[in-house]
Design a protein around this ligand. Sequence first.
Ligand code: DOR
Ligand code: ZN
Length: 335
Amino acid sequence: MQLTLNSPMDMHLHLRDHEMLKTVAPLSAHPFAAAIIMPNLVPPVTTLQMVEEYKARILEATADETFEPLMTLFFKADYDYAFLERAREHISAIKLYPAGITTNSQDGVSSIDSEQLAPVLTAMSDLGIPLLVHGETDGFVMDREKEFVPVYETLATRFPELKIVMEHITTKESVEALKRYDNLYATITLHHLLITLDDVAGGLLNPHLFCKPIAKRPEDKAALLDVALSAHPKVMFGSDSAPHPQHAKESCGCAAGVFTAPIALQALAQLFEAHDKLDNLQPFISDNAQRIYGITPPEKEVILIKEPFTVPEKYGSVIPMFAGETLPWRIADVS
Ligand code: DOR
Ligand code: ZN
């Protein structure tokens, strides 16, 4: 049995920098044609020079592959119109983080007051720059995303022409909000389609499945599966593959992030096949994102076949999801 995917894209990816970039970037650049690159470096990517220099380092690390890094800026409320107009040529989107909500987000916005953010959001709307949002409040950890829905609603209503992507949604409330507002879209990760909080903390604690937003309840997972497996036109695959070295995960003060880049397509094939929805993987993995972002990725054909793939225990210092386990699909060819 064989499956061909055309120009798969990962619409939410952390590639980091330096040695980690060299380790992880080729693992995405091989199977994926393009990816939206998150800007939460230390310090965050806030200038066009930083965007271009980071892009050059990514292209250098992925020189052997056909791969387009779609760059983003880290949202700052003081970007002016002239800057954003110039930025448009260099970036695909701007990512907004509430301050301190996740890894390297200390410089994010301290209050998501839509009037305070209005100048930047109006400019982005005029210039057609999508807004990507890490949508969590600082409330109780299981309720953070649900509590953020009114913020999405305010933003969607106040800026009706602004494309707003609810990143890595994990709750049924987010799925409902997505359907209610024309200008809301969403990325969904692999891991949130597969796990609930039980997999993280229901038995022995599994630090490799600890991420932000934390995996939620079975009914939330079911709502995500419903829109992903049907390739709802407003959802896209975004892995949120977020590598951290083993010592940072297996420690007191475990870093948030699941590393899925090297196993994402294989595990998605398994999931979509199990639900008899393999035909919907192409729109979920590329076509929807092409339409939503208005982009055409480089041509790349990925052939998966139903043969066992034993996931390596480690890539450099990073433990992937399903380390040491055998998945039923493997990547046979990329051209
Ligand atoms: O689990 C996460 N890891 N969630 C995020 O939002 C950030 C990411 C990271 O950069 O490690
Ligand atoms: Zn992320």
